[in-house]
Design a protein around this ligand. Sequence first.
Ligand SMILES: NC(=O)c1ccc[n+]([C@@H]2O[C@H](COP(=O)([O-])OP(=O)(O)OC[C@H]3O[C@@H](n4cnc5c(N)ncnc54)[C@H](OP(=O)(O)O)[C@@H]3O)[C@@H](O)[C@H]2O)c1
Length: 238
Amino acid sequence: MNISGRKAVVLGGTSGIGLATVQALEHAGAHVVAVSRSEKNRLEAAKTVGDGVSFRGADVLDRKALEALFLDEAPFDILVSAATGGARAAGPFLEMDLDAFQASFRKLWGYTNSVRLAARHMAEDGAIVLVSGYPARKPSLGAAAISTVGNAVEGFARAIAVELAPRRINVVSPGIIDTPMHTTPAEVRNQLLEAATKRMPISRLGQADEIARAILFLIESDFTTGATLDVDGGARLA
Ligand SMILES: NC(=O)c1ccc[n+]([C@@H]2O[C@H](COP(=O)([O-])OP(=O)(O)OC[C@H]3O[C@@H](n4cnc5c(N)ncnc54)[C@H](OP(=O)(O)O)[C@@H]3O)[C@@H](O)[C@H]2O)c1
């Protein structure tokens, strides 16, 4: 797919990986609609992009709002979702609050809502990209919830790729990326992230634009569907 002149909707497009993707798509000549819940985030993000990007408010868990948004923006060619959907549970599974474990699946429900409601408005040669995360295939103590959700996201894309064809759906699996998702105070955050990346083959934090480049690769790559692309500095091997 040649991205230039295409229309893209990016859910979670006002921060981190989603915002970097919005910027990269605009740079490649797409008309982009960036979506998130908070107006404050949208106003901040608007300062970092040009006229090729418009902003809309919607929660990916609100099907009515999503349906209205997609109908309004139809037809479009590209759908990216990097919306986290809400908080994820961390800690040992055997001790964790099971409601918090279940709530971690908001990311998956956001993705399933978005794909289901957007697909009918997308071009036949359209492309969808979702974001999982390296814990899906590199489980570690305390990461049972995000690991399970990440596997579900990757499995969902594989499960529906045949049904969606000739539209394509793929997943990018990032490593630890320097984005506002990591909300702990700066000094603690930097120490934690440094410790977490130390043993990885590429021992540094990833940057949001490195994930955005992989997302654009999957959009452009007409012969790829149902795939997961690891862009994790080798985190899944460490
Ligand atoms: N950063 C990492 O280290 C890392 C690693 C592996 C995987 N990932 C995955 O990569 C994706 C993007 O993460 P990020 O680090 O870029 O996060 P981020 O900087 O926190 O950005 C998340 C974006 O999603 C939007 N959002 C969250 N919940 C939403 C909802 N219910 N409806 C609509 N928009 C929503 C947020 O805006 P509003 O708050 O305004 O809605 C924001 O624009 C996520 O799926 C995350 O799990 C991240």
